[in-house]
Design a protein around this ligand. Sequence first.
Ligand SMILES: [Zn+2]
Length: 293
Amino acid sequence: MPELPEVETVRRGLQPVMQGARFNKVEAQRGDLRWPLPKDFAQRLQGQWVERLDRRAKYLLADLSSGEVLIMHLGMSGSFHVAQPAGAHAPGDFYHARPRHSAHDHVKFHMSSGALIAFNDPRRFGMMKLVRRADLDREPLLHALGPEPLAEEFDSMALARRCKGKKTSLKAALSDQRIVAGLGNIYVCEALHRARLSPKRRASSVATRSGLPNERAGTLVKAIKAVLRDAIKAGGSSLRDHRRTDGALGDFQHKFRVYDRAGKPCPRAGCGGTIKRIVQTGRSTFFCPLCQK
Ligand SMILES: [Zn+2]
């Protein structure tokens, strides 16, 4: 499942061909992604300009000249493929162990930029939705999301306030989209290693009893921001072997310190520990029991 850095990489790949461009023609090959496509989907997009292409957590948000916002989510296996007169590329093409099968191109955008953008999703957990910009604040998909981890508003104060009194593990708390948005298994494990904090530690231990941040909160917030920035810089992570077709493919998986490295030595200088895998709330957690306390 792509996390924030992968979705941000996709956004950066789509922005030059979508933002400031008009939907000349929209083809919806089949009406059922995770949910059916919105009513009159193609008609509501055709002729509209994309004023901005933003991201909120793992959602891409295209602001349209009609006053509607196109919300897009990649789900488990969704990807965008961009074909231009100058040549094709796939921004943030993380999951392409197998060749892309055009039978899974469910939606096609013919943009005035000259680009043909195809949304490909073999498992169909992705989704597209149209909502009025004025209703975005009340949109159920976005409403409960916690702060953007790279935004200034996400600081040790914000983290402590949300973790105050929480008996769940730090791993579970950071994976909770209401506490901080956009993180998943990989980047939670990586951030906790950078912060030298055990994933098993109680979430409440980053806050005082009154909900103020302690030193751990500050360290953890810095680690989260740093790992996300590094991953975005690397173009995200590719989770399966794939043929590298262009420089836009993510390679942060080569920089994982703990994720998927069970049994390997801890990369922290002088630690000497061995990375361990445990299962927390049904998901694998990777950490170093020696330096993460
Ligand atoms: Zn270690």
